[in-house]
Design a protein around this ligand. Sequence first.
Ligand code: SF4
Length: 343
Amino acid sequence: MFQRPSIDPAVTGSIDVARHDRPSWQRVLQDAVRDIDELAGLLEIPAARLRAVACEPGFPLLVPRGFVARMRKGDLDDPLLLQVLPRAEEDVRAAGFSDDPLGEQDIADDGVIRKYRGRTLLIASGACPVHCRYCFRREFPYSGQLASRHGWEGAIGKLRGRGDIGEVILSGGDPLSVSNRGLQTLFDALDTIDSVRSIRIHTRFPVMIPERVDTGLLALLGRSSARIVVVVHCNHANELDDSVEAALRELAGPADLLLNQSVLLRGVNDDAATLANLSRRLFDCGVLPYYLNALDPVTGTAHFEVVDERARALLADLRAELPGYLVPKLVREIPGASSKMPL
Ligand code: SF4
């Protein structure tokens, strides 16, 4: 059963300072849509029609209003809606799909996951700005695996004990669910570990709730002595409206590198024109495409699967269409492998 909080109570602390012209990100998150009938109303779809295709899973509906506003009205097949609407297909049990497709639950230790040489992943938070239906950690047992517990002490102790960690990858949930104060505590601690040269932040917040890119976050990223790499998560060009573009442009100030990773999702972005548009729109926003991930086979997501042959054909079309720097790497994560594997 899914038990993630919307905001991480362990580390959110005080409300981060909002700019005078927009609400705090916490308020935007608290105001997110959690009810199918309300979503139907906002999208001008009869509630009965939306309910007919929906289900009531343990991993509930959560979508910020700003993201809903980017969806096409009246369209049940809108690519943004498909990413967030719990659909009846999630109840289908498919062979090869499991609750822990990457085998992470056995290797996580105090919120620290060591999969790759020289890099370590921290589960910074179990909370997210949205519940993506295809999320590979939708069944992850966050309550016992949060690096942010007790002021990050356990996780930092594990990193300090090793001299070979060059990069710390903040993951989750979404690490930007942690307040600026909580992040500052973490960054200060990481600054004291000599081997850590870069901090990578995997986040969907700037796309989902651009208000998260506030002055406090920009300042703390700018103060870090480590190189900052931000990998946002966007699957379709329609996700990137003017407010998101503005947030990404601001993030590009303190960030040394701004990248995007997508998941290849049937019905959402599994055609070459859609993927090419996404790459071009990311470039407009100052972001380079990094990974196009094959779906991780987590329970309830088989309806999103794109077969490998089709994925490779799409990539070939992208190579023909785009300059090389706008073509993402098509990869799959394989449990136990030392890096993501090219498909
Ligand atoms: S994909 Fe990322 S933002 Fe979406 S539910 Fe999973 S961890 Fe949260």
